[in-house]
Design a protein around this ligand. Structure first.
Ligand code: GLC
Ligand code: CA
Length: 566
């Protein structure tokens, strides 16, 4: 090869690799119904401390996740959201970030993260990170500079104010207890923290903060990250005049604070400017944004979609928190998000709330509740986000004594608030010591029920919760009506059985869910929906029927029937 040709070729290669770097990391292809990758994907939240511990130090890590990609693929997971794995003093177990562009040594290295993304690719699994946009750690170099003096260039990256009448600037309380202001004697001012004092709020009104955060967002997309779950977006802005919030006099919370209506520091309209900014960056990489959006009504949820310009997937916690097996209540909530302009996002459990089998179950019907509710949210129109361990029926294992609590809010609010350790226990892999998570003392106690509820044992049992999840997810991935079909509520006055049709181009799947503890009989008038036949062929059921007559379906307590009707 001539030297000139070699130079030409290597220049071409270089240009090629630069192109690859700047190229959108995800494809924006749509399926025949016009759905993008994240609309057809099943998401799975991993709390990295608790999923799998590759080096046996009692704390889960990225290599641990890597070792279980085969399991996740088998289960039917398409995208994993990893809760914060960035360097952090771990006051809030990673939600206090001290460097947004690195990995905490407890969890591994950047090289491990890159390897995970690459191995994910060969398993068809994408990774989403957790962007803690509201605040940093007080050990983040930005805050260390900011607190160093009143005229430091980073002073205005956080919310610093003078006190008032010998106290904090106003009456705002932290959601984790006490005043939301911490006094700094060195500079004689207070800084604002909606969460722990170790989590100072960023000042998003400062354009330099916005630039730095948008830069970090793009930095991860270029590394192959497919999107972000945006932490605590409701509280990005505060009223510039710092007006006092109205208090709800008669109500005291677990921390002993008088409850307040957070009208001046929660869901301010400016939040939407930031979400549009984050979305602009995401769109350059075909990335997806999932929102931690605690909305009180459907109008607020609708605002987070921002007419297609903000978060593609705001979580609908109004469905999450129905908290009783009530068909009318689910119907109402599902109907509301269905009638909105956005793509529904269903979540039943996460690292902040008690696991759903405990919230919906009565202590004795756990497997039934797991099968029933997974059959619901994994067959609705929309994207489901699972929480690690729910597929094996993991329960909360709350601390019994205050001295065992690790989550600071649990120590502060004990016994009313026990903290979140209970829903963050180590994943249960098998029957060996500590459920196969590690052989040393794990960072958080393993649920003693692991001998029965673990991946290995349940994989071998065809009736297990795990195999049920596997089947539902398989169905969801292969059935066009479940992937792309409309949602049509049926028998809307039935107080015990929740039923709906999913229909796509003449293919119809009927989902029938008995939410009551007694046997139920039900029937459907499908002719009014253009379906002539009355025989349903079973796709998945808790009973053993291959066919049913849709004019006469019998369901056992908490029974599920999913089938095709023509
Ligand atoms: C979000 C997280 C929660 C965390 C808080 C502060 O609510 O989900 O775990 O404690 O933000 O970052
Ligand atoms: Ca480890």
């Amino acid at each position: 090869m001539t030297r000139r040709l070699t130079i030409f070729l290597s220049a071409l290669l270089l240009a090629g690799s630069m192109f690859a770097q700047n190229n959108p990391s995800q494809s924006n292809a749509v399926d025949e119904a016009g759905h993008q990758w994240w609309q057809n994907a099943v998401f799975y939240e991993i709390y990295p401390r608790s999923f799998a511990d590759s080096n046996n130090d009692g704390i889960g890590d990225l290599n641990g996740i890597d070792q279980h990609l085969d399991y996740l693929r088998w289960l039917g997971v398409d995208a994993v959201w990893i809760s914060p794995m960035f360097p952090s003093p771990q006051v809030d177990f990673g939600y206090d970030v001290s460097d947004y562009e690195n990995v905490d040594p407890k969890y591994g290295t950047l090289a491990d993260m890159d390897k995970l993304v690459a191995d994910g690719k060969s398993h068809d699994i994408k990774f989403i990170l957790d962007f803690v946009v509201n605040h940093t750690s007080d050990k983040h170099p930005w805050f260390i500079e900011s607190e160093s003096s009143r005229n430091n260039p980073k002073r205005d990256w956080y919310i610093w104010r003078d006190g008032k009448n010998g106290g904090p600037p106003n009456n705002w309380t932290s959601t984790f207890g006490g005043s939301a202001w911490k006094f700094d004697p060195k500079t004689n001012q207070y800084y604002y923290h909606f969460f722990y004092a170790e989590q100072p709020d960023l000042n998003w009104r400062n354009p330099a903060v916005a630039d730095a955060m948008y830069g970090t967002e793009a930095w991860w997309y270029k590394r192959g990250i497919a999107g972000f779950r945006l932490d605590a977006v409701d509280t990005l802005f505060e009223d510039p005049e710092l007006k006092d919030n109205p208090v709800i006099d008669h109500k005291q919370n677990a921390f002993g604070d008088i409850e307040q209506k957070r009208i001046y520091n929660d869901k301010l309209p400016e939040v939407h400017d930031v979400l549009k900014g984050l979305r602009k960056v995401a769109d350059q990489y075909n990335a997806v944004l999932i929102g931690e959006t605690w909305t009180d009504n459907i109008k607020e949820l609708e605002e987070y979609y921002g007419g297609g310009k903000e978060i593609q997937m705001p979580m609908d916690f109004m469905v999450t928190m129905v908290n009783k097996l009530s068909p009318p209540e689910f119907r109402k909530r599902i109907g509301a998000v269905e009638a909105s302009s956005g793509w529904p996002v269903f979540v039943l459990s996460n690292h902040d709330i008690v696991r759903y089998v405990d919230r919906y179950g009565n202590g004795t019907n756990k497997d039934q509740v797991a099968k029933l509710l997974s059959a619901m949210y994994l067959t609705l129109r929309g994207t489901p986000i699972m929480y690690y361990g729910e597929e094996i029926g993991m329960e909360n294992n709350d601390p019994k004594r205050r001295e065992d609590v690790q989550d600071p809010i649990g120590r502060r609010g004990w016994p009313k608030e026990k903290g979140r350790d209970g829903e963050r226990t180590p994943m249960q892999w098998n029957t060996s010591t500590n459920a196969g998570f590690c052989t040393v003392k794990p960072w958080n106690a393993v649920d003693p029920k692991y001998k029965t509820y673990n991946v290995e044992t349940e994989k071998a049992d065809p009736n297990s919760v795990l195999n049920w999840y596997h089947h539902v997810l398989e169905l969801r991935h292969t059935n066009r009506a479940l992937l792309d079909g409309d949602y049509v509520a049926l028998n809307e006055s039935d107080a015990n059985v929740l039923s709906y049709l999913r229909s796509y181009k003449g293919q119809n799947v009927l989902v029938v869910l008995n939410m009551s503890s007694s046997p139920q009989k039900t029937k459907f008038d499908l002719a009014s929906h253009g379906i002539k036949g009355t025989t349903g062929s079973t796709l998945l059921s808790t009973a053993k029927a291959n066919q049913v007559d849709v004019n006469d379906i019998s369901l056992e307590p908490y029974g599920v029937w999913i089938g095709e009707v023509k």
